[in-house]
Write a protein that binds this ligand. Structure first.
Ligand SMILES: [Zn+2]
Length: 258
């Protein structure tokens, strides 16, 4: 019942809301949670970008980050940047090519142990992220995304929840994932998004440790503010491309505080 009321509220209010000028960092994972055919996914993600593009311009995460940090925010324009967590295969097959159609690049936050993993590892991973049938990208695909100008960030090694780990375990998850990504892609991994995204999944000790390894840190919470942890974390809004248009508009309709 509560869920239904929420849906009605979002639909009614969202239909009359307008996206607010500013920079919106969107956090998604896939096109559809369930496995559907590729053509359906392609059409869904294409329609999503087309709709957003009627009222927003798309920018890359590097540009979004530097402008937010310098408080260089547009007064009239709605700017959107796209980030995707967990590294599912459709990031490569559907999402990246369609972003490129709009001359835009995405940011993909990857768990290195999931890439090229075997079936039993994938089963555990998918349980941790509450997904049933997804497959990861391969290293060849991740490297290709990087070479095409998409940003590859770290999402920790195994998609573990930092709230449940010791400091030594958190350190290992951060350090090892960064090492593997840097070795495979031959770059410096400066962007990190923590798993599960809420503040309770990222205690202050975890933040301090993460800052040793990564320059830019992203949450999945508090999207009405640009920052959490006094400017040390940039906030993203969780949205999936197959959600109703009115819901997307509602979530983008808040004037964000710097
Ligand atoms: Zn995740």
């Amino acid at each position: 019942m509560r869920k239904r009321l929420r849906t009605i509220f979002l639909h009614t209010v969202g239909s009359i809301k307008r996206a607010k000028p500013g920079i919106h960092i969107i956090n998604s994972h896939y096109v559809s949670a369930k496995e559907v055919n590729e053509e359906y996914n392609y059409r869904t993600f294409d329609a999503y970008l087309k709709d957003l593009n009627t009222y927003a311009s798309f920018i890359n995460l590097e540009e979004a980050t530097s402008n937010i940090l310098q408080n260089n925010l547009p007064k009239k324009k709605v700017l959107i940047t796209f980030t995707f967590d967990d590294g599912f295969e459709e990031c490569y097959t559907i999402i990246a090519p369609l972003l490129e159609k709009y001359n835009c690049r995405g940011a993909f936050f990857i768990n290195a142990n999931y890439i090229n993993s075997d079936k039993s590892y994938q089963q555990g991973f998918n349980e941790r992220v509450a997904i049933t049938t997804k497959k990861p990208m391969t290293w060849i695909q991740v490297i290709d995304l990087h070479e095409r100008g998409h940003l590859i960030g770290s999402h920790n090694l195994d998609h573990s929840n930092f709230a449940n780990l010791s400091i030594a375990e958190i350190d290992f998850q951060l350090k090892k994932n960064k090492e593997i990504l840097e070795e495979k892609l031959n770059y410096k991994c400066e962007y990190f998004a923590w798993t599960y995204g809420q503040l309770q999944h990222f205690p202050l000790e975890a933040l301090k440790l993460t800052e040793k390894y990564h320059k830019y840190i992203f949450s999945g919470t508090n999207y009405r503010n640009y920052f959490s942890y006094s400017g040390r974390v940039l906030n993203r809004r969780h949205l999936e491309s197959n959600w109703p248009k009115s819901h997307l508009k509602y979530f983008l309709s808040f004037k964000k505080k710097h």
